[in-house]
Design a binder for this molecule. Structure first.
Ligand code: NAD
Length: 507
């Protein structure tokens, strides 16, 4: 086991090489399944922030001059390398995040979809041309990259969330500075090495490790033109306000509290399976996890029984697998976060919630120091409780009973978040009304985790997204380019029109 003092230091990636200052600030990176400090991550200082941004600026000068064909070659090479070596990345994710290996592979595959979308960038960045818009005048618009852009990502998808943004940003000709979560920083470094192998010039993909100081350095830098942030709502709001004030383009995706509405006509076995998958997968550390099942009566009792029966059979353990194979669910990210989740279950209990299955105090034999929290199911929680109103981000599912579809819809719409939601029913009319009236950005109809495919865009409403652009898809290309409109006339010496001080009119 590494002691805090002997743990290796995870460096930045600046100018095509690892960089770390001797004696600089660091933070511990745990293996959540064992609780050990596996490494320490460098926390950027002012010199490193400056070096990262300056290198990215040089990278942009080079990269933005690459032809479309040459850029595409690098993107395809990255895709091929990632396909060949994604198992290595999955192991890194599991070791630092804790999620089971197949789930780590799943996040890589969803990120790879965006790389594949980005490989087709010429179609999405090609602009438009209007010949002879006015007599002898052509008008066309071209899409150009912004320059240096920053991506600030959360711990829960150390590969997929950065991949929502950087393939599109790089394809469009920008240089990226990625500030990953300090809790699982190694995936970003591995990705940087892969880009270098794919032939991306130095400085086009930079990894700046760090905490708030690194984020603030990027927000204050006049070189950084845009910020894509994903994380909790209070920080998303801070990023949105600060980046806007410093004149940057910004999209800041925040937290969530996703409801799954179950109508009485739904197949309850199907619903119970899906509620368990969506509530407890990745130990509930997903922004699209289902955290509330809205049971339209009279289904609640039967549904609770089916969910409870299923979750009691879930196997909790080291995400990397053990003698019995891969478990269903790994640990939480840190001991602090585990205690926070437990605190919410305490609040639910104090506020009158009935704890049907209690995950507090869960341990795994042989790994007693891991950050374990068992699947938890709560019934009868008043909607006035903080445990209902706030995001818990752990394996805690709450069942709220409502009498009618309308009551359920109103409850969803009264919430402050608007990331994802789902309805389970065989009634097409009800599903259609739900789709039309619910105030949420991503909706599943009999689909519990409706993360859109790469060519549709990802993003919530209300306190789940600050800014106007969602991630990837057409929104992504709009975000990472700016349009220039050109009005052009090649003078015909026989008919140039002479002097006229009036405002240009079409003819
Ligand atoms: P977080 O907000 O704590 O951290 C996100 C990033 O912000 C990290 O890189 C972190 O270093 C940085 N950061 C933290 N505190 C900061 C501060 N005071 N000033 C500046 N930067 C700061 O989020 P997290 O715990 O890493 O991730 C979990 C959260 O992310 C959950 O709320 C989850 O819902 C959300 N999330 C949302 C989406 C989405 O698509 N809407 C996707 C994934 C995760």
């Amino acid at each position: 086991m590494n002691s805090e003092a002997t743990a290796p230091v995870i460096p930045h990636w600046i100018d095509g090489a690892e960089r770390v200052s001797a004696g600089g600030r660091t933070a511990p990176v745990h293996n959540p399944a064992t609780g050990e400090v596996a490494a320490r991550v460098a926390l950027a200082n002012a010199d490193e922030i400056d070096a990262a941004v300056a290198s990215a600026q040089r990278g942009f000068q080079t990269w933005s001059r690459y032809s479309v064909a040459k850029r595409q070659t690098v993107l395809f090479a990255f895709r091929e390398l990632l396909n060949a070596r994604r198992g290595e990345l999955a192991e890194i994710i599991t070791a630092e995040h804790g999620k089971v290996l197949s789930d780590a592979m799943g996040e890589i595959m969803r990120g790879q979809e965006v790389v594949e979308l980005a490989c087709g960038f010429p179609h999405l960045t090609k602009g438009a041309y209007s010949e002879n818009a006015s007599s002898g005048i052509d008008v066309y618009s071209i899409k150009q990259p912004l320059g240096v852009v920053a991506i600030i990502s959360p711990f829960n998808f150390p590969a997929m969330v950065p991949m929502w943004f950087f393939p599109v940003a790089i394809a469009a000709g920008n240089a990226v500075v990625l500030k990953p979560s300090e809790k699982d920083p190694s995936a970003a470094l591995w990705i940087a090495r892969l880009w270098a192998e794919a032939g991306l010039p130095d400085g086009v993909f930079t990894v700046l490790q760090g905490d708030r100081a690194a984020v603030d350095g990027l927000l204050e830098s006049p070189v950084v033109q845009a910020v894509s942030f994903v994380g909790s709502t209070p920080i998303a709001q801070y990023i949105y306000e600060t980046a806007s004030r410093t004149g940057k383009r910004v999209q800041a995706l925040g937290g969530a509290k996703n409801h799954m509405m179950v109508l009485p006509d739904a197949d309850l076995d199907l619903v119970a399976d899906q509620a368990v998958n969506a509530g407890y997968g990745a130990a509930g550390e997903r922004c699209m996890a289902v955290s509330v099942v809205l049971a339209v009566e009279p289904v609640a009792d039967a549904l609770i029984e089916k969910i409870a029966e299923r979750i009691q059979k879930l196997r909790i353990g080291n995400g990397a697998g053990d003698a019995d194979g891969e478990p269903d669910m790994g640990p939480l990210i840190t001991g602090e976060h585990r205690d926070r989740v437990a605190g919410y279950v305490d609040i639910a209990e104090r506020d009158g919630g009935r704890i049907v299955v209690d995950g507090r105090g869960c341990t795994v034999e042989g790994h007693e120091d891991g950050f374990w929290f068992g699947p938890t199911l709560i019934d009868d929680l008043p909607t006035t409780s903080r445990a209902y109103q706030e995001e818990i981000f752990g394996p805690v599912l709450q069942v709220i009973r409502v009498s009618t579809f309308q009551e359920g819809l109103d409850l969803i719409n009264s919430g402050r978040f608007g990331n994802g939601t789902a309805i389970f029913t065989n009634d097409g009319g009800a599903a259609r009304r739900f789709q039309h009236e619910v105030q949420v950005g991503m909706i599943g109809i009999n689909v519990p985790i409706p993360v859109p495919v790469a060519y549709h865009s990802f993003g919530g409403w209300k306190a789940s997204l600050f800014g106007d652009a969602k991630a990837y898809g057409v929104h992504g290309f709009d975000f990472f380019t700016r349009e220039k409109a050109v009005t052009s006339r090649w003078l015909d010496p026989a008919a140039h029109g002479g002097i006229d001080l009036g405002f240009p009119q079409n003819s």
